[in-house]
Design a protein around this ligand. Structure first.
Ligand code: G3I
Length: 348
């Protein structure tokens, strides 16, 4: 039989998968229980799902995931308290139902800012108080740096930023610490953390925030990769950069797409994907985990952004690129939950 992933890496870091509630039953649940010791919700805990209306919380899916984690002794990550995408509309309207962003009067803008920060604090208070015993790691803010992937040296000009500057980041971390408790580990989650100048900028930002009393424990490296990208050296340098400042590192959204950014060919099913491509993917996965293992003092957890190739946000991307027929295959389990060459490469 196969070796369990979490067992293989038990001396190094936890191994997780991002799940939808539908994964908690059947074959997918068996795979999670056998191979993983950590989980995160791919979508269930995002703001529109968990607080669709002001003061109206939908804990059903989150409770199910928390319960599943408890029953199976799995660590839990929370994703995500703050994001520029996935903001429920009520968050963005002032007390008269107008878009806060459109307010030009400085006094009313200040009023809106306070209202927004209050809503944010309340959102976090209710969630973190409820799950503080269950959830260890929190993605407090997600993707706060400007979109331009490689050259980012400024904050993203999001709704949050336009209304509050960096105060939303401070409020979010302080509130999470307050309500989730001293033992909670608080993360700033970001993509392209391997790239310069973005990674240096991210470190500067974290240093400034921490100097200002903002409690940050670690960097969440999303790690949405493609075969051969990024170069392992950039990944290593990035992890070492953040850990040299005393920060923890977690790999929070790992996947290795079989497509480059401008693919020539998109495959429509597992059966169409050439074995050679799966071998190349396996090689990259193998090298990547060898690096992670070398850096295991600096990395506390590794989470795949999904479980098996039948379900991945990258499949939607592949569909868009191919008039609806494409799929990706970014994980170590195929669409039928069978292990792939990449699986053997990371357990060897
Ligand atoms: O909820 C509806 C459902 O009712 C409907 O049947 C279905 C049909 O398409 O759509 C469902 O919502 C989709 C949801 O995923 C659940 O599948 C949304 O349209 C879709 O936008 C949403 O996409 C998610 C995306 O974040 C936006 O929230 C992806 O699954 C999720 O993988 C992706 O994850 C992000 C991380 O949070 C942050 N980092 C990047 C990462 C990848 O984009």
């Amino acid at each position: 039989e196969t070796q369990a992933l979490a067992e293989r890496y038990k001396d190094s870091f936890s191994i997780g998968a991002a799940l939808e509630p539908e994964h908690l039953e059947g074959r997918s649940a068996d795979v999670v229980k056998f191979h993983f010791n950590s989980i995160v919700a791919e979508n269930a805990m995002k703001a529109p799902n968990i607080q669709p209306q002001e003061g109206v919380f939908n804990f059903e899916e989150t409770d199910r995931i928390v319960q599943f984690a408890k029953e199976n002794q799995l660590e839990l990550r929370f994703h995500t308290l703050v994001w520029h995408a996935e903001i429920p509309e009520w968050f963005t309207l002032d007390k008269n139902g107008q878009e806060m962003m459109e307010e030009t009067d400085p006094l009313k803008r200040e009023e809106n800012k306070q209202l927004l920060l209050k809503r944010l604090e309340d959102h976090i208070r209710v969630i973190a108080s409820r799950y503080r015993e269950d959830i260890k790691y929190w993605d407090v803010v997600n993707e706060v740096i400007d979109e331009n992937a490689r050259n980012s040296k400024k904050l993203r000009e999001s709704f949050w930023y336009e209304l509050t500057g960096t105060d939303y980041i401070k409020t979010a971390f302080l509130a999470t610490r307050k309500y989730a408790g001293e033992d909670a580990k608080l993360f700033i989650n970001e993509f392209n953390t391997e790239m310069e100048p973005k990674r240096s900028y991210l470190l500067e930002l974290v240093k400034e925030l921490m100097a200002d009393g903002v409690p940050i424990d670690g960097i969440g490296h999303q790690s949405h990769y493609t075969i051969g990208w990024p170069p392992l050296q950039d990944i290593e340098e990035s992890i070492l950069l953040f850990s040299s400042f005393g920060l923890d590192n977690q790999i929070t959204e790992l996947d290795v797409s079989i497509y480059s950014s401008e693919p020539e060919k998109i495959y429509g099913s597992d059966e169409e994907i050439p074995e050679e491509l799966l071998q190349e993917q396996a090689k990259y996965y193998g090298d990547l985990f060898e690096l992670y293992e070398e850096l295991d003092d600096q990395i506390s957890s590794i989470t795949f952004w999904g479980l098996a190739d039948n379900r991945s946000w990258l499949n939607f991307r592949a569909q868009d690129l191919s008039n609806g027929n494409g799929k990706d295959a970014p994980f170590v389990f195929d669409s039928y939950y069978n292990v792939k060459p990449a699986f053997w490469a990371i357990v060897k």
